[in-house]
Ligand binder design. Structure first.
Ligand code: GUN
Ligand code: ZN
Length: 443
């Protein structure tokens, strides 16, 4: 069950145990690892201190000792909460998958009770996997957005989301005309105001589902309000790229479509970016926009192999997303191991620290929040999970025998999803929001 922290006072505490975190210093491989570390969490849900021992100032705080690995909460920078029920849809590629499975499911989110049930389920499943922040696609419906916002704020989850913009290329029950979209978006932005740990993202689904008027309105919103983010899809499959160029014949390429409507900038998140061209890379790098790598979706739908080094070499920030339900798992360890495999198929070897970076600090940067989330450092939100590194024979053996922190993390990526080692508790804002009751008190 999800725990709401609303009624509990946030009692400050110290948590002590093995601790890993990357450090937010513009490099992907600086980290702290302590076999026995201490993290001090203050009464506002922020981290006051991380280090090898507890400073005297905090020695009177309650101490929680754990044998589990204390790890930064993961950030899923691209996921569709209404698509949980279409995970594992058989035998199709992107555009057919949207028509055959996804749009019919998304149409159901006009029903408030259905949306609320799915939103609660989504939050529970994602917290269970150690994810404490996400940039989430909803649907065109006000009910779907409200349900997600309600469930996230109840569970202290750090949410980025917005009403999905779509006014063509799909059945009527998942389309909205621009007039109504303006109305629903205004209400949604208003209801998000003052909600702690929520940030609104303008969400045109992708160029194929938005006409010029829709994209133009999205661009205006982004320009007027510097606090807003923008999330969409780009260059995911060859069919989609071709269809986009047919629909926007005046644009030089896919990125140009978004740029023409003011949607390319340092508050923009573009998922996929597999078929990006040389001129798009250049423009992308200059804009400060992030790409969100969604490897399980790309392999499952057969979309293609993301070429991370093209982005890394141009200093384009990379975040990571599950892209459920194109992706088949909400588990960050599955996403990271899939990214490793995708890179191997492209002849590259990825450092496990790089993979963890993309799923924590890189994703935090993508949503413009690297100052407050993405690592366990003083001043940031105490968003973390506890990973059981001792319960599984093989997992424990690999953890113990690994000589470096990189090897330990790499072992976790591949062994954790298929072992009894797992996330056993997740904290957001210093409050335990989900825990595996079967092993509580054991360690
Ligand atoms: N492009 C437009 N919509 C979607 C979606 O829901 N999932 C994925 N993977 N790509 C998209
Ligand atoms: Zn997506």
């Amino acid at each position: 069950m999800i725990d709401s922290g609303h009624t509990e006072p946030r009692e400050p505490f110290v948590i002590q145990g093995p601790l890993f975190t990357l450090l937010n210093d513009n490099s992907v491989n600086t980290y702290d690892y302590f076999d026995s570390g201490s993290m001090v969490v203050g009464d506002q849900g922020r981290i006051l201190y991380v280090g090898p021992s507890v400073p005297a100032d905090y020695s009177h705080y309650r101490i929680k000792k754990t044998q589990h690995l204390i790890f930064p909460g993961f950030i899923d920078a691209h996921v569709h909460y209404p698509q949980l029920p279409v995970i594992a849809s058989y035998g199709v590629s992107l555009l057919e998958w949207l028509d055959k499975y996804t749009f019919p499911e998304e149409a159901k989110y006009s029903q408030r009770l259905y949306a609320e049930r799915r939103a609660r389920q989504f939050l529970e499943l994602i917290l269970q996997r150690g994810v404490t922040s996400a940039a989430v696609f909803s649907t065109i419906h006000q009910e779907a957005f409200d349900a997600l916002l309600g469930a996230a704020s109840y569970s202290g989850f750090n949410l980025v989301s917005g009403v999905t913009g779509m006014n063509r290329g799909a059945p009527d029950d998942v389309l909205v005309d621009v007039g109504l979209f303006k109305e629903i978006s205004s209400k949604a932005m208003e209801s998000g105001l003052g909600v702690e740990r929520f940030r609104y993202a303008i969400t045109p689904r992708f160029a194929l589902s938005c006409d010029e008027e829709m994209l133009d309105y999205c661009g205006q919103l982004l320009e007027i309000n510097p606090h807003l983010l923008m999330q969409t899809h780009i260059n995911e499959t060859e069919d989609e790229v071709l269809a986009t160029s047919n629909l926007f014949p005046r644009s030089t390429d896919y990125l140009d479509v978004y740029d023409a409507f003011g949607l390319l900038g340092d508050r923009s998140l573009f998922a996929h970016g597999i078929y990006t061209t040389e001129s798009e890379y250049k423009r992308w790098a200059a804009s400060g926009a992030s790409v969100i790598h969604c490897p399980t979706s790309n392999t499952f739908l057969g979309s293609g192999l993301f070429n991370a080094s093209e982005y890394v070499s141009r200093n384009i920030n990379i975040g990571m997303g599950s892209d459920v339900g194109g992706g088949f798992s909400l588990n960050p360890f599955v996403t990271m191991s899939e990214a490793y495999k995708v890179a191997r198929l492209g002849g590259k070897v990825l450092d496990p620290l790089q993979l963890v970076y993309w799923h924590t600090l890189g994703s935090a940067k993508a949503i413009n929040q690297a100052d407050v989330i993405g690592s366990l450092e003083s001043g940031k939100w105490a968003d973390f999970c506890l990973i059981d590194i001792t319960s599984d024979d093989i997992g424990f053996e690999v953890w113990e025998r690994s000589r470096s922190v990189q090897e330990k993390l790499f072992g976790l990526m591949f062994l954790l999803p298929d072992s009894s080692s797992r996330v056993v508790e997740t904290y957001a804002g210093g409050i335990s929001r989900w825990r595996d009751t079967s092993c509580l008190g054991s360690k």
